[in-house]
Design a protein around this ligand. Structure first.
Ligand code: ASP
Length: 612
């Protein structure tokens, strides 16, 4: 027997018991004739006391950091207790010990505040995983996994595995491909998601499916992405959107409860995509705080229907005498609460902030809504007090607030204002890590128009159904765009998808849709995306065929498992929640992968490199 207890287990009530522990040496502290060792395992740390009698033994076999040590002794009450450690009331007075294995000096300290940099810790990930901070994250990940499985199991979902060596699934990214030795010149694709398989399972009658599954997307790894990541992937038959929303807000609430003991009893808020874009400037709004966007000027042409309702703008169109506003496509503003007393230095700093290349604006206009009801702005020359008030009112500003205004090209300005809102929310402490706000974003456009290719693309994926009452619009119209400038006038630009995203604190944590399940509509969709009937058959013949054998109405969703864990763990980085992640260039630093392969492997695959 290597151990009788773990290093996190012993308490004062165990005093005088003889026990055996095994673990890793975290620290060795010698005080004259006695030595203290902190012994660590997955469960905690226990202090070992080596008395005088063992010191000669220790001298002939000195202990070093990360040695694997087994020690037998008596549990004893400590004279100086450590309230920070669950085992801090006791220590193990060692009677005998054995070094089970030695360790070379680790490249960084295996402690909460380690001295190791990112790259070094990635290279020695197996050592980093010994650290408490990383271990806690993996424990949380496992707790999320268990909560999800329990909930889904209780609701009759079946975990069914689907293959990894498949044919392309279009989720909008590039595929990773795998050459087939047995079929020279042919390739498998790794799944970007199990999308088509889960739909086929619905046709097969497994009406509630789930899988916590790896997905592979060969994307440029900006921000916090991984080329392989995990989804909680689900699909249900005989459901409408409402059924899905209810089932899966239940799932997330259960995860909150089991993992963080949060009772999220309120109904999850819902917002249309248009509303989200108009009032928050993006499709995954952080609704923990207000500071909504005010549209000060038309046209906001991509939101034609809403624009029509908002004829009255605060600054009017093209007549203010202030060229920046007059020449801009869009003018957007937010009212930042309680910041009217910002100094020149502070407003200058904000101006620099919006001019950074990532934000890309030319400048920033502000209006200070003073507590005494007067207004002061950076454009006093162009706007009298009455006009300033009119603009400020449009943003909902109160005395004491600071109105920030951006002007420029519509898309960029919207994005920039949205970023500015998030930044101000962060600076004012309105984005609290311990607050969780869920939101369903609904009614996405089914299609987006790709100007560079002059064609429609699916906003979600090609299997997403239009809203039931718009199926006829889709079937009844030819997707040809004709004059590309006029794509907004094409009936397809108004078709809404039967799709939904779940947003948590400004992050998209899940998304899905009610699917197309009729061959005719699916063919129309492929045609709309520019596929010839032959191409559609070649790529998706199996699915089109399956739809002819009694496909039930169905829909589903997939949650980004890594991201969900990171948010619940209060971290920005999904990497921290993955046991063996890749770095930002998609490399596994530990394995040093990707790497080249042997000539023999190339020969077997009948592949010759043609590096450019
Ligand atoms: N397969 C989709 C995705 O990965 C999710 C879904 O539609 O269920 O985004």
């Amino acid at each position: 027997m290597y151990r009788s207890h773990t290093c996190g287990e012993l308490r004062l009530s165990d005093a005088n018991k003889q026990v055996t522990l095994a673990g890793w040496v975290q620290t060795v502290r010698k005080f004259g004739a006695i030595t203290f060792v902190d012994l660590r395992d997955r469960y905690g740390i226990t202090q070992l006391l080596f008395g005088e009698e063992l010191n000669t033994a220790l001298e002939s076999q000195p202990l070093g950091r990360e040695f694997v040590l087994q020690a037998t002794g008596l549990v004893t009450e400590r004279t100086s207790k450590n309230a920070n450690l669950p085992t801090g009331d006791i220590e193990l007075t060692v009677q005998s010990f054995q070094i089970l294995n030695r360790s070379v000096l680790p490249p960084f300290t295996i402690q909460d505040d380690t001295d190791g940099g990112d790259d070094l810790r990635m290279k020695y990930r197996f050592l980093d995983l010994r650290r408490n901070a990383v271990k806690k994250n993996l424990e949380l990940r496992y707790a999320v996994n268990r909560a999800a499985r329990n909930y889904l199991h209780e609701n009759n979902f079946m975990d069914i595995e689907t293959p990894f060596l498949i044919k392309s699934t279009p989720e909008g990214a590039r595929d990773f491909v795998v050459p087939s030795r047995m079929n020279p010149g042919q390739f498998y694709a790794l799944p970007q998601s199990p999308q088509t398989f889960k739909q086929l399972l619905m046709v097969s009658g497994y009406d509630r499916y789930y899988q916590i599954v790896k997905c592979f997307r060969d994307e440029d790894l900006r921000a916090d992405r991984q080329p392989e990541f995990t989804q909680i992937d689900c699909e249900m038959a005989f459901v409408e959107q409402e059924d899905i929303l209810n089932m899966f807000e239940g799932l997330v609430k259960r995860i909150f409860k089991d993992v963080r003991n949060i009772d999220y009893t309120e109904k999850v808020a819902r917002m249309s995509w248009e509303e989200a874009m108009w009032t928050f400037g993006n499709d995954k709004p952080d609704i923990r705080f207000g500071m909504q966007l005010a549209n000060l000027k038309f046209p906001a042409h991509s939101f034609a229907s809403r624009a029509a309702q908002l004829k009255e703008t605060a600054i009017g169109a093209g007549e203010t005498g202030f060229a920046v506003f007059d020449n801009a496509e869009t003018v957007l503003a937010i009212a930042v609460p309680g910041c009217s007393e910002y100094t020149r230095k502070q407003t200058d700093e904000l101006t620099e902030w919006v001019k950074r290349p990532q934000i890309g604006m030319q400048g920033l206009v502000y209006i200070k809504c003073n507590a005494d009801g007067t207004y002061k702005s950076s454009v006093d020359k162009f706007f009298n007090e009455e006009k300033l008030k009119q603009i400020a009112d449009k943003t909902g500003a109160k005395p004491g607030d600071l109105v920030l205004i951006l002007a420029g090209k519509e898309e960029r300005t919207r994005k920039a204002t949205s970023e500015l809102r998030l930044e101000m929310g962060k600076r004012l402490g309105l984005r609290r890590e311990d607050e969780f706000k869920l939101l369903w974003v609904l009614d996405f456009p089914l299609f987006e128009y790709a100007e560079e290719d002059n064609r429609w693309v699916a906003r979600h994926h090609p299997f997403t159904s239009p809203k039931p009452d718009q199926i006829d619009v889709m079937i009844g119209n030819n997707p040809e765009i004709g004059n590309a400038d006029k794509y907004l006038e094409h009936p397809y630009s108004n078709i809404k998808a039967n799709a939904y995203d779940m947003v948590l604190n400004g992050n998209e944590i899940g998304g899905g849709s009610i699917r197309i399940y009729q061959r005719e509509l699916q063919e129309k969709m492929f045609a709309a995306l520019g596929m010839t009937p032959e191409e559609a058959l070649h790529k998706f013949g199996f699915l089109l065929g399956a739809f002819e054998y009694g496909a039930p109405p169905h829909g589903g969703i997939a949650f980004g498992f890594d991201r969900l864990c990171a948010i619940l763990g209060g971290s920005e980085s999904i990497r921290d929640f993955i046991a063996f992640p890749k770095n930002n260039s998609g490399r596994d630093m530990m394995l040093d992968a990707p790497s080249t392969i042997d000539d023999k492997q190339f020969d077997e695959l009948q592949i010759r490199l043609n590096l450019k």
